[in-house]
Design a protein. Structure first.
Length: 160
């Protein structure tokens, strides 16, 4: 009997940890976190690059794997984004982070805390940029600049 239970737990553990298993096989909170992560990704994937005529998804600046969602309270989630600039010296990485933050603040339909980071090792000044894009006062000050606000609006506005 003990052996049967051990085998059952081992099998269930593999199913829940398996990347191939769908969200419906995961425990309820993990399934909800997965659904929320896909919802977040659908919002950010269409953000336009400030320099190129492509979306962040097309440039692989954001991918499904760069979004993590953790339940931190009843109907409240921690959303963590780790984006990858196209080059290690990308001068617009801060602007991309700002676009991610603004679009998610406007569009997420659930209560959340938001953390946005450059993927580790993908930018020469990632620590400084991470501080800037996660500092509410700096974000507010940036959005008061009319030129910067216009660029952000162009990047986050959905195409018709």
């Amino acid at each position: 009997m003990a052996l049967a239970l051990a085998l059952l737990w081992q099998a269930l553990g593999r199913v829940w940890r398996s990347p191939a298993s769908s969200a419906r096989h995961a425990p309820p909170s993990r399934a909800m976190e997965h659904d929320r992560a896909m919802e977040v990704y659908d919002i950010i994937r269409t953000i336009r690059d400030p320099e190129k005529p492509n979306t962040l998804e097309e440039l692989e600046v954001v991918t499904e794997n760069c979004v993590e969602v953790q339940e931190i309270g009843e109907d409240e989630y921690l959303v963590i984004i780790r984006f990858t600039p196209t080059v290690p010296h990308c001068s617009l990485a801060t602007l991309i982070g700002l676009c991610l933050r603004i679009k998610l603040q406007r569009c997420l339909p659930f209560r959340h805390k938001l953390e946005i980071y450059i993927s580790e090792g993908t930018h020469s000044t990632e620590e400084d940029i991470n501080k800037q894009i996660n500092d509410k006062e700096r974000v507010a000050a940036a959005m008061e600049n009319p030129n910067l606000r216009e660029i952000v609006e162009q990047c986050v506005t959905e195409p018709d």
